[in-house]
Design a protein around this ligand. Structure first.
Ligand SMILES: Nc1nc2c(c(=O)[nH]1)N[C@H]1C(S)=C(S)[C@@H](COP(=O)(O)OP(=O)(O)OC[C@H]3O[C@@H](n4cnc5c(=O)[nH]c(N)nc54)[C@H](O)[C@@H]3O)O[C@H]1N2
Ligand SMILES: Nc1nc2c(c(=O)[nH]1)N[C@H]1C(S)=C(S)[C@@H](COP(=O)(O)OP(=O)(O)OC[C@H]3O[C@@H](n4cnc5c(=O)[nH]c(N)nc54)[C@H](O)[C@@H]3O)O[C@H]1N2
Ligand code: SF4
Ligand SMILES: [Mo]
Length: 747
């Protein structure tokens, strides 16, 4: 064994939002061994099966090592970085000068493991006058964020380590995590007779196997299931009246409407036995603490924003906010999106933009039009929308209609292949990285990761790519940079004063702050941690907004916090709140939670006449297009061999449907939807109910073959999905509810 293989490098897994702390032993550029990091501040050594396969991310697949430019004949030419930056900046300027900066649209800015680069993208957009952006949140979480803005005023998470009752709604944490150390936490709940786990899922998932109560709803009927539960809570008076009186406003309006809910009818519509629904409501109403987690099963299905509202009413009407084991607000290193009760609208279709994000399902419509305000150029970073947005054919057409598409990725992806320029990024283990998935309360944690390897030759970290573009655009007067550099040499305090003075002098300072920090503070940071410069400003904000919580977490001031971030290889606690502090996060008058959201109460009132079934004679099956499984991880691995099982990505169908449709286990089947057809191998799975089928997410990538072509394994789900299947409020897609026809194919 060589010396290098004996060193364990601390880092984190980049495959889901939990970012478990890991340690990596390298052998040259390979990851020889990976294990959990016991010192990690949030995950304490825990990992799931997938982290151990991360060498397939770092070294598998198709890393890019040079910028590429598309030529007239659609081929790509490798070009050097200076040429790429010069040409891209010039073409962005042309788009701006011809159609206005607002026609330049940014998508992405980070995935499951990398948000540091995206933190610098704002300065580039500011330099261009761009105003519109989006990312995958706008195809899952924006409906929930919209509801949060009205109610608690911000994001909440459940305390599943302590909750007496844990409710998972369209969420399968055994496979998808989301709850830190999920499998340990789920097993602890299952073992403890004093605690109850409730799962609402049409599928008997691995999580449902551990649950005390499984409400096996018919797909897409959660709104009725929750309306029924709320109806029972109100009608059997299982509410926390003291909490409602002291902490909320408008409870009477909500209660009056829920009094009228026809519980028996709701139970029938969602296919859950009324007695079981009543027992469940009593368990929730009588518990000392309840925590809930809603995810894609409801957020990517019919009535999703309404369901988010009903979910939140369930724990609010029972007083489950701001106490141990319940729902909590939390601090942020940087908020993932800023929600307001009155979101902006998109320029062409006028769609609402919760969180300031263009809904993914309207992007193609914002481009494929002759409207003068249509988007003309797109910058895409750390995302593969040609594969992950609904209706890939429509998105491809939209990309082709743009004047300029720039993709920043580590690999040549389905999206990159349709770009005018592709810029190769250093991998997440080759640069300083972090995520802003900081969702915990009362101890909230953050992990800045140091590079494990040098960047692959030819690649650059995103902050450097954005800085080069801003420099080329000549967007910042040199005198500013000179002044700040001089201050940085004198120390952090003079630097802070200089920065503040500049901000008073020139309002654009704050908008360009990430770039200014990268250029002036960045070079002074130890271990070439230049990309961490933006964290200095974020630390200042924490110190201003959460001074007591920051000091309780052991940081004397903003600079001490910043130094702790730079030094804490296993992550740090950055705020330590007290339960009473939770109310300070509620931004409404008197820190009270206003319960009625008139628009959503309207949708609730309309449920009687809202269709609960979306299948037709032609498309009689509900296809869940995107099930998380043991060997799926979005499209982060571009190398099918990372999977130990399920390498084809089977189509799971119920025994009943298999029999009816003449499908046999392991045999091929054809799937047809309103948008396309695909083929997959059948897996008969008694976890599914009749009429429901599931395909895994993350398959169907076009991976290179030895002979220079490409090969696709498994179904590219979004060849099957339709842009019009979307929520009326947040326009989030119905990926989990795709009406489909399934037919056997000759083996
Ligand atoms: N292994 C693995 N883990 C991942 C990922 C991955 O690719 N692979 N991706 C990560 C990402 S980006 C995300 S957003 C999360 C998503 O995590 P989850 O939301 O947990 O993942 P899904 O499997 O898409 O959907 C959850 C459940 O919704 C159920 N469901 C389907 N239709 C309905 C319905 O009508 N009602 C209800 N109540 N439930 C329904 C499905 O049966 C499924 O069990 O996972 C993260 N973790
Ligand atoms: N039908 C259907 N569609 C879905 C879903 C579904 O369940 N069904 N799930 C949806 C959900 S919840 C999500 S979150 C999205 C996810 O879909 P995407 O936003 O497309 O995200 P990923 O598949 O994670 O792709 C991440 C990209 O980042 C690249 N990458 C990795 N590391 C780096 C890096 O350091 N720098 C740069 N620049 N690039 C890097 C990878 O090569 C990859 O191309 O898919 C959505 N689409
Ligand atoms: S739960 Fe698994 S996939 Fe998610 S970060 Fe941890 S090891 Fe990675
Ligand atoms: Mo996601």
């Amino acid at each position: 064994m060589t010396a290098s293989t004996e060193t364990w490098h601390k880092s984190a897994c980049i495959l889901c939002e939990n970012n478990c702390g890991i340690q990596i032993q390298t052998d040259g550029r390979r990851f020889a061994k990976i294990r959990g990091d016991k010192d990690h501040v949030a995950t304490a050594g825990y990992t799931c099966n997938k982290a151990l396969r991360l060498d397939h991310y770092q070294n598998g697949g198709t890393r890019l090592t040079t910028p590429l430019r598309r030529e007239e004949d659609d081929s790509f030419t490798p070009i050097d970085w200076d040429t790429a930056i010069r040409e891209i900046a010039a073409r962005l300027e042309t788009v701006r000068d011809t159609h206005g900066g607002e026609s330049i649209f940014f998508y992405g800015g980070g995935g499951q493991g990398n948000h540091l680069g995206g933190a610098y993208s704002g300065a580039l957009l500011r330099a261009l006058g761009a105003r519109y952006r989006s990312n995958p949140l706008a195809q899952e979480k924006t409906g929930e964020g919209h509801v949060d803005a009205h109610l608690t005023g911000g994001h909440t998470t459940g305390d599943f380590t302590r909750a007496e009752v844990s409710l998972f709604l369209g969420k399968n944490p055994w496979q998808s995590h989301g709850v830190p150390r999920a499998r340990t936490v789920l097993k602890d709940i299952a073992k403890d007779p004093a605690r109850t786990m409730i799962v609402v899922d049409p599928v008997r998932t691995e999580t449902a196997d551990l649950a005390d109560i499984h409400l096996q709803v018919k797909p897409g009927t959660d709104a009725w299931c929750l309306a029924g539960l709320l109806g029972i809570l109100v009608q059997e008076d299982l509410l926390d009246h003291a909490f409602l009186a002291a902490r909320t406003t408008g409870a009477d309006t909500v209660i009056a409407q829920l009094k009228a809910v026809d519980v028996a009818a709701c139970a029938r519509t969602c296919g859950v036995d009324e007695d079981l629904l009543r027992r469940t409501a009593r368990v929730i109403g009588n518990a000392s603490s309840v925590a809930t987690y809603e995810d894609l099963g409801v957020q990517q299905g019919p009535n999703s924003t309404l369901v988010s509202y009903l979910n939140k009413l369930t724990w609010l009407l029972t007083g489950n906010f701001a106490k141990p084991g319940a729902m909590q607000p939390h601090s942020w290193i940087a908020p993932l999106a800023r929600y307001s009760t009155h979101p902006r609208h998109t320029p062409v279709t006028g769609a609402r933009m919760p969180g300031g994000l263009v809904p993914c399902n309207v992007i193609a419509e914002e481009i494929l039009t002759d409207h003068p305000d249509r988007f003309r150029a797109m910058i895409i970073e750390s995302s593969n929308p040609a594969h992950s947005l609904a209706d890939s054919a429509a998105f491809a057409k939209a990309l082709a209609a743009l004047d300029l598409v720039v993709v920043i990725d580590i690999a040549l992806t389905e999206t990159g292949r349709q770009a005018d320029y592709v810029l190769p990024a250093a991998s997440q283990f080759e640069k300083w990285e972090a995520t802003f998935f900081t969702f915990e309360f009362p101890h909230n944690t953050f992990h800045l990761r140091a590079p494990v390897l040098d960047p692959l030759p030819g690649t650059l970290p995103e902050p450097e790519i954005y800085a080069r573009l801003v420099r080329e655009l000549d967007a910042v007067p040199r005198s500013r940079l000179t002044a700040l550099r001089a201050a940085a040499r004198l120390g952090r305090t003079p630097y802070k004063l200089a920065f503040a003075a500049l901000a008073v002098l020139d309002k654009s300072t704050l908008a360009m702050a990430p770039h200014l920090l990268y250029e002036t503070l960045g070079p002074t940071l130890p271990d070439r941690a230049r990309s961490a410069a933006v964290l200095w400003a974020l630390a200042q904000r924490i110190a201003k907004e959460h001074p007591a919580a920051m000091r309780r977490a052991g940081h004397r001031n903003a600079d001490a916090l910043f130094d702790a971030m730079l030094e804490g290889r296993s992550g740090i606690t950055f705020t330590e709140d007290e339960y009473a502090d939770a109310w300070n996060y509620v931004p409404h008058p008197g820190h009270r939670i206003p319960l009625p959201i008139p628009e959503l109460l309207g949708l609730l009132a309309d449920l009687d006449t809202t269709p609960a079934v979306h299948t037709t004679e032609d498309f009689p099956i509900v296809l869940a297009a995107g099930q998380r499984r043991a060997f799926t991880a979005n499209t982060i691995f571009r190398d099918n061999t990372w999977r130990k099982r399920d390498r084809q990505g089977t189509l799971r169908v119920s025994p009943h449907d298999a029999e009816q449709l003449g499908l046999s286990d392991g045999a091929p089947a054809q799937i047809t939807t309103s948008r396309g057809t695909a083929q997959a191998l059948v897996e008969i799975d008694d976890r599914l109910q009749p009429g429901h089928a599931a395909l895994p997410n993350g398959f169907g990538l076009d991976l290179p073959t030895q002979d220079g072509g490409t090969e696709r394994t498994g179904v590219a789900l979004n060849t099957l999905t339709d842009l019009t299947w979307r929520d009326p409020i947040a326009a989030t897609p119905w990926h989990k509810h795709v009406p489909a026809r399934i037919e056997p194919l000759p083996a």
